[in-house]
Structure formats: C-alpha cells, structure tokens
Design a protein around this ligand. Structure first.
Ligand code: ISE
Length: 334
C-alpha cells in the first residue's frame, strides 16, 4: 500500500520534504499540497504530479489524503495539527509543534481524547546515525551514568529577522529535545550566560549564548549557541559518564591530503548535515503510518520543548536560574 501524503507549506523545508517523499522514501506519494501562495503551491504540485488545494484545512479534509505533513510557518502549526487530529489523520509537524506551551497542551489534550497517537514532531536529530550510536552507548551502559553533556550548535550566519529568543525556539530546541531523549530525563532548570558578543552579528541579537540546563536526575548540560560563527554548520555533542565519554563523530566528508596538509570540508547548512537523518525520519514515519503505530517524537515531546524553551528565554532576559514549569506526563505518553 502507498500512503497518500498531503503537504501544507511549500517553502524551503516543505519543498525538501516533498522531494524526499517523492524520490527517497518508499511507500509514500505526495498527492496534494497547499500554501498561502497558491501560485507557488500549483508550481510545486505540478512538479510531482500532485494537485494544489486552496487551504491547509481543505487539504486535511481531502478524502484522498491519508496523512498530513505540516511545514507552514510556526504560528499556523497548532490549528493544522488540531484539525488533523479531529479528522483522525496522522500528522507530521515540523518543529515547533506550536509557538506556545498552551497550544502544545491543547494538542496533547486533543490527541489523548482521540485515544490514538497521530502526531509526530520533526525532531530529526533522533534519526542521525551519530546521535543514534550515542544513545545506544548510553543505554547499553558503556559510559556508566551520564554526568555531563557539552553541546555546541553553530550556524555560519543568520538573517536580520533572527532575534535573540530564536536562539532557543528555532535553534537550541534541537538540543533541548536530544538532551531529554538521550538521557531519558526532563530538564528542570535553566540559566543563560551571555559572553562578549561577536562583532559579526546584527546589533539586536545576543550571540553567542551559553545555556546551562540541569536535569531531574542532576546531570548538567551546557549548550553553546553561536549563529554567526562564519566558518560552517557545526553540531557538537559529548556525553561524559562515570566510566567514559561518547561524542558525535565528524560528519563524513572526504579527507584530502595535499600541499603538505590534511583537509576536510565542513557542512554549511543543516539541509546537508542532517540529510540522512531527514530521510530515515520520513521512512520510519511512513512505516509507522502503514503499521498504524507512529513511534517518533510525540506531541508530549513538542510540549516539553516549548515549556523548556519558554523558561530558557526568561532566563536569558533575567540572568537568573529559572525552573521549568513542566506538567506531569500523562500515562498516554508514558
Ligand atoms: C533551523 O530552523 C533549524 O532547524 C536548524 O537545524 C538550526 O540549525 C537552525 O539554527 C534553525 O534556524
């Protein structure tokens, strides 16, 4: 059987996922797309033999659509995810699940009331081979109890529209999710340090930022977010345990030896650095839809990331240690 997928949002990431679902993922076909810009939707649709529909809500109700992918702008996510749940359709939503913790909770409540897991959030790092190997090493006890994690998230540059809170909601949200997933613990408090800013940034932006998280089990995590590092897209993570450490490998690139030097290229964009992770993520999601059981990052993970993100932005503004006001996890998401 082939899953007929409808994609809401045909911007950069929407087009990437449409291409991926068409060319790389087995068992899926994109049958419908929508966008605020209907001309763009028509153009993208014609490239993959799909049809363009007038709105995201029409796409969700389209009887041909089995499952929905939401890649429209963040503020529209909650209404589309809620509509998909009401229609009883599987929905893959790019991060963030919603722009407020309250809206994430509405989704959690709607899905729990529906009684079946329909929502998956696009935290693609859980599908990256390096992160997966790290998770296995931790779970298999190879480094003992994890005590510390050191992470860095560096982008070469960001546009002028990027502001200081986006360092959390748009960028560190990936580390927030991976820390919770790797350690299988919640983040209970956060503080943000702001070193001397880089001169190579727009004035309104605090960059770099260092986020210090404490988990419920007492592990400490530092996350450097530096979005004007100039030199490349560089993601680092090392977990320090009682008996050893485990770190992400250098993403595979050709190693050149010439002119008396050893050189290796660096990724410049998350699209290429995490291309394999995105492919695996969609293949597993489609497999889950076909099996009637999606197992990826849940609406609860989307809610937790939003709540921890909110506390992180408060910590940036106050300079204080801020406790994360996380609700208790309902058994439905155990
Ligand atoms: C972007 O939205 C992403 O999700 C990337 O992974 C991240 O590196 C980047 O900072 C974000 O803007």
């Amino acid at each position: 059987m082939t899953v007929q997928v409808g994609v809401i949002g045909t911007g950069m990431i929407g087009q990437e996922h449409i291409r991926r679902l068409t060319d790389s993922v087995a068992g899926a076909e994109v049958c419908a797309v929508s966008d605020m810009d209907i001309e763009r939707a028509k153009e993208v649709a014609s490239g993959v033999n799909a049809h363009a529909v007038d709105s995201g809500h029409d796409l969700i109700c389209d009887p041909q659509v089995d499952a929905v992918v939401v890649t429209s702008s963040g503020p529209t996510h909650a209404e589309y995810v809620l509509a998909a749940i009401h229609a009883g359709k599987y929905v893959f939503c790019e991060k963030p699940l919603a722009t407020t913790a309250e809206d994430c909770l509405r989704i959690v409540e709607a899905e729990s009331a529906h009684g079946r897991h329909l929502v998956q959030v696009g935290f693609m790092r859980r599908y990256d081979p390096g992160y997966r190997a790290m998770k296995r090493a931790i779970d298999d006890g190879h480094i003992g109890t994890p005590l510390l994690m050191h992470c860095a998230h560096r982008n070469p540059t960001v546009p002028e529209t990027y502001h200081s809170a986006m360092a959390t909601h748009d960028t560190a949200i990936h580390e927030i999710d991976t820390v919770r997933w790797l350690l299988d613990e919640e983040i209970r408090s956060v503080q943000v340090l702001t070193p001397r800013p880089t001169a190579l940034r727009f004035d309104h932006l605090t960059d770099p930022q260092v986020m210090l998280f404490e988990t419920t089990g007492g592990a400490r995590v530092d996350v450097e977010v530096f979005v004007n590092c100039q030199y490349g897209y560089d993601i680092r993570c090392e977990t320090v345990g009682e008996r050893g450490t485990v770190a992400l490998p250098e993403p595979s690139q050709a190693v050149m030896r010439s002119h008396g030097q050893v050189r290796m290229g660096l990724h410049q964009h998350w699209k290429t650095r995490f291309a394999e992770a995105f492919d695996v993520e969609f293949q597993e999601w489609i497999g889950g839809v076909l099996d009637g059981e999606v197992t990826g990052p849940s609406a609860w993970d989307g809610y937790a990331a939003a709540e921890i993100g909110g506390a992180t932005v408060s910590a940036l503004h106050t300079g204080e240690v801020v406790d994360v006001p996380l609700n208790d996890r309902p058994p439905f998401y155990a």
